[in-house]
Ligand binder design. Sequence first.
Ligand code: G6P
Length: 612
Amino acid sequence: MCGIVAYLGERQAYPILMKGLKRLEYRGYDSAGVAILDGEMLLYKVKGKVAELVASIGKKKTSGTVGMAHTRWATHGEPNEINAHPHYSPTHNLAIIHNGIIENYVALKKELLKRGYIFQSETDTEVLIHLIEDIKLNERVDLVNAVQIALKQVIGAYAIVVISKDDPDILVAARKSSPLVIGIGKKEFFVASDAAPIIEHTSDVVYLNDEEIAIIQKNKPLKIKTISDIERTPYIEKLELNLSKIEKSGFEHFMLKEIFEQPHSIRDSMRGRLKINEGIVALGGILDYEQKLINARRILIVACGTSWHAGLVGEYLIEELARIPVEVEYASEFRYRKPVINEEDVVIAISQSGETADTLAAIELAKSKGATIIGICNVVGSSIARATHAGSYTHAGPEIGVASTKAFTAQVTILVMLALRLAYKRGTLPMSQFYQLLNELDGIPEKVEKTLLLNDKIKKLAEIFKDSTNALYLGRGYNFPVALEGALKLKEISYIHAEGYPAAEMKHGPIALIDENMPVVVLATNKTIYDKVVTNIQEVKARKGIIIAIVNEGDKTIGEMADYSIEVPETEEIFTPLISTIPLQLFSYHMAVLRGCNVDQPRNLAKSVTVE
Ligand code: G6P
């Protein structure tokens, strides 16, 4: 949420910053801005996307080898040019970019107003830069000290970069609860919200920890201190990302590319974990804490958005296979509702980005009560990955499209393997069934590949339904979370109101919405409650609803009952979410494209929600 990029070195900063900002645009895109030092401070900002910033700057002066840029997802103050970052200090000597929320900004602002300061914007960020300058001038301290003193007064989350016209050879960066990574090149440094803008320049990076400040200077090694002035030795890590992974590779949108990557991303999630020849499944990253899971009194899964839907699949899987009680919680509710947690509980936190503020806070709460925390994250080195006791990376590769696709199937794949492992260890599954499930799991990437061949058919379906204003998604059992996820995908990127419901619950409300204009997507690949799903379809048909059914290959019964049907490869019931979610992703994608929506950057959304 909000993208930050900064550069200090010997090259022109502007092109590096703009390219970097483009790579961060998935984090927010309602306004953008840049500041560059070149004797003077050049500062430009616009309401809108990075392309609009570049267009508005045009041929204006952009020279300079030190600078920073920002793409915003508004929290305080509407998206407009004034509220866009960077923000000036009162004398215009300093400027700041910020990701996060200064929670006590109202109190700080009141103090500063009393002292006669005037604010241009409605943002919490402007308050912080005023405070930094106030300290710098009144306490006669240098920039680094002023930032340290100011941040000690701040409650909330921040990733910031500050530059100064008077100190043109220094960048000061700091973080707390919002990510920040520093790239170290030859005689140059990069600062960014994540590795995407850095990877093409260097693979040597340092991840800042909470309350650390990076002091980045020309021709000097990187220095890191805490806000309490304790020196820290920078720990340089190697990035394992490659550039092709963050480019569209010929696809029209990142989302489509990521949907089509799923046979590979699911395989990558299983690599080294599912050893089919040895009849073993094991998640190396959690082996040290496996016993805790095996003996858990209960497992709590905390997550947000699509990751929460994967968590629901996890509940079904772990309870059915390993017979451990599971509860799935929205992280934002869990952290504030005074939950009962104790040392025998294991909390599984699921997050693609590893930066979601509510999930991070839920982890801290559970940790403080003595629970063991296991992470399922996609982004290596992310805050959640570092805050957990142990975990499994999903290894889905960078997900850039705001609507999550391959991260979901990768999360489900990890949960499938975890449930199977726990079942094996707890002896809750007959071995013959265990081996049969391992074999079936091994074949899932091929079945996903086959499902993707339905793309053209689904596009045609989208052409029929592109003008719908509502849609209902129904599923039972393992297909219930898929119905929720399908509805979320449609809402997110095509702005069509959609609801996901357990098929049988429809009678308790949503059935009132059904008429001849209501498309009802029914996930009907379940074997165990097939007849019940047939009944639910009849209930919709009796009210003239239009049925789009996702069925197993060769299913003539529902196939003939439905107005439209999509046949997907059949699999074991516990793996159905890995298959049945694919046509729904494609359907939302084509609906959104046909409606002229910006698929990769839907309005009001951000990929990584680092605010509460
Ligand atoms: C945002 C994204 C969703 C994502 C959710 C949770 O809302 O747009 O795609 O599912 O955050 O994010 P996480 O990174 O924790 O999985």
